[in-house]
Design a protein around this ligand. Sequence first.
Ligand SMILES: *Cc1c(COP(=O)(O)O)cnc(C)c1O
Length: 280
Amino acid sequence: DTCKALERRGISTTYLPVGKDGLVDLGALENAIRETTALIAVMLANNETGVLQPVDEIAQIAKQRGIIMLSDAVQAVGKMPLSVQKLGIDLMPLSAHKMYGPKGVGALYISSRLSKSKLVTQVTGGGHEKALRSGTLNVPGIVGFGKAAEIALDRMSDEGHRLAALRDALEDGILSLGGAQLNGNKERRLPHVSNISFEGVEGKAFLIAINKELAISSGSACSSITTRPSHVLTAMGLESELARSTLRFGLGRSNTAAQVDFAIQYVKDTVEKLRKKRLG
Ligand SMILES: *Cc1c(COP(=O)(O)O)cnc(C)c1O
């Protein structure tokens, strides 16, 4: 949407394809670079599939060509170790509430390599935040964000292993149903996200039935008000009907093995019930 807004101002953009596994094609990326390319933006971890993009390799390509590299790391920060220096990223947005911090506060990492003159002031006024975003700072939000980051870092390793084990159990249980497929690269991904499509169920009825007992969406919260299939899944080659009958499971700090067992049974029962109904 930001790219579309830029296009309306006459800036030309290229949208890169992804493979079936959700990974950006590096060859296509290199081919898309032009003399005038100013910025490459590739998210670090996809919010619907958890797939981790080859951001380090992309940043290297960007650096060689003198292009700014932006990577949205909102979904990954606090869930996995990452270093902006090692990855070679110039701009990295973060959000507090995705790591159990307060809503309404985020951050933008700006590499010291990047000339400040390249950044446009978002809000003019008293010159706060290096004159990029004026306005009195949200101190409780900032302190809460800092504390949330501290806790996330402290628990990251243990929590990462715990969530990956819960996710694997969830996937094994649900996929034993048959007619269900896991979306996205299975190796390169975050520990707490799982994206599964179910054949033979109608998307809307499925979501309504599932949400009686489980808090699960078919895609991202940002587009939950639309009935369009997920653009992430259709870009990966899923037919729109299958994309609509997809669940995006997100596991978190409060989830337990007992809840995962319940979720497996509930999803299986619901899918079987809906499939039977559909067959009449
Ligand atoms: C949640 C999310 C955002 C939006 O951040 P908000 O602070 O909720 O507006 C952006 N990118 C990704 C990958 C996200 O998961």
